[in-house]
Design a protein around this ligand. Structure first.
Ligand SMILES: Cc1cc2nc3c(=O)[nH]c(=O)nc-3n(C[C@H](O)[C@H](O)[C@H](O)COP(=O)(O)O)c2cc1C
Length: 370
């Protein structure tokens, strides 16, 4: 088929998915973000060849913003002993090589900073996510209150104000190292039952001081963390916050509460996007996932608060992703597992949605045979 015939049968289009998007001084080449996904494969928190290959493949696959997995701000903030960390310069230098390669491949390098709180010190998923005893290298876990996340989990030590100040400062220094490593988007992990979420949720925070009780008090740790991060993370670079927009349980956070969280974050003026995930704080949560099941949270927050949102969770076809953006339900789509299945999902989606301007890496051009 000649080029003219091809265009008659299949006119090039300009899908939302492949329109660049700007956050502060950063322009991403499209609106698809790789959702952070732990690989549980680091030694002493340092990224290695597994991380490099895994990330490089997705960057070459055409992703717009590539978010490196939950990268923990302290040793005891790690979920497993094999999670990434960013509390020393060796960890920073390993990530710098990865961030540079992401940028070289045309994607925007992003990093998620995290502290696992009371969900820390467990084994890798493929060995059962079991609490690790101290005799096996496990560590004391911390949280808002001395209440475990599930009957099988370790009981955390309730943090005192000194612990809170220490973690806030750990986020600050990790933000500085993220900048030094060359990341252009920083996401704070305040979802999935990890430390910051566990302060936000009334299902895990039973404190009676100024960090517990009222909504304002439960927000305090997150605000202090953002203040500290913003001391190091320049105003010209975007800051995203991932929240759990519902705890999927009576008495926990729900969409109305998430809208209040987003309203406060918008009012600060220094948060650029709410990444809308759900769940993780309470073992008795009731979730019945279906394709796009979390999109209504991104949509609800975007419409109520007028702040950019990211939609995530069981988004797997180009048409589904395009609909989310085209109908104004979110500003970015985040993809997780589908990118594990197919690192070149964005390039295939471009083809399917007739975004002919999207180029494959030169080295792969001969694969574009459709
Ligand atoms: C292997 C794996 C690791 C994950 N690690 C993280 C993580 O580091 N941080 C995070 O916020 N979410 C994490 N998640 C959740 C994903 O970012 C995403 O929100 C979830 O998988 C739903 O999107 P999906 O249906 O497109 O996979 C992880 C998910 C998977 C499958």
């Amino acid at each position: 088929m000649s080029e003219t015939e091809r265009r008659i049968h299949r006119p090039s289009r300009d899908p939302f998915l492949f329109r660049p998007i700007r956050f502060r001084s950063v322009e991403a080449r499209n609106r698809i973000m790789m959702s952070p996904m732990c690989q549980y494969s680091a030694d002493d928190g340092v990224a290695n060849d597994w991380h490099f290959g895994h990330i490089a493949a997705r960057a070459a696959g055409g992703i717009g913003i590539l978010c490196v997995e939950a990268t923990h701000v302290s040793p005891i903030g790690r979920i497993t002993p094999h999670c990434l960390g960013l509390w020393n310069d060796a960890q920073r230098d390993a990530l710098a090589r990865i961030a540079a390669h992401i940028a070289r491949l045309g994607a925007t390098p992003a990093i998620q900073l995290a502290h696992a709180g009371r969900k820390a010190s467990v084994s890798t998923p493929w060995t059962g996510t079991k609490p690790i005893p101290a005799s096996d290298g496990g560590w004391e876990i911390i949280g808002p209150s001395a209440v475990p996340q599930s009957p099988e989990a370790q009981t955390p030590r309730a943090m005192d104000k000194g612990d809170i100040a220490e973690v806030v400062d750990q986020f600050r220094t990790a933000a500085r190292r993220s900048l030094e490593a060359g990341f252009e988007v920083l996401e704070i992990h305040a979802a999935h039952g990890y430390l910051l979420h566990s302060f936000l949720s009334p299902l895990s925070n039973f404190r009676e001081d100024e960090y517990g009780g009222s909504f304002e008090n439960r927000m305090r740790f997150l605000h202090e963390t953002i203040d500290a991060v913003r001391k190091e993370w320049p105003q010209e670079l975007p800051l995203f916050v991932r929240i759990s927009a519902t705890d999927w349980r009576e008495g926990g956070l729900d969409l109305d509460a998430a809208i209040e969280v987003a309203r406060e974050l918008k009012a600060r003026g220094d948060v650029d996007l709410i990444d809308c995930s759900t769940g993780g704080v309470d073992h008795a949560q009731k979730i019945a996932p279906y394709p796009g099941y979390q999109v209504p949270f991104a949509e609800g927050i975007r419409r109520a608060v007028d702040i950019p949102t990211g939609a995530v969770g069981l988004i797997s076809t180009p048409e589904q992703a395009e609909e989310i953006l085209a109908s104004g339900r979110a500003d970015l789509v985040l993809l997780g597992r589908v990118l594990l299945f197919n690192p070149h999902w964005p390039l295939h989606a471009a083809n399917r949605l007739h975004a002919d301007h999207v180029a494959w890496p030169m080295q792969y051009e001969r694969s574009n045979i459709f």
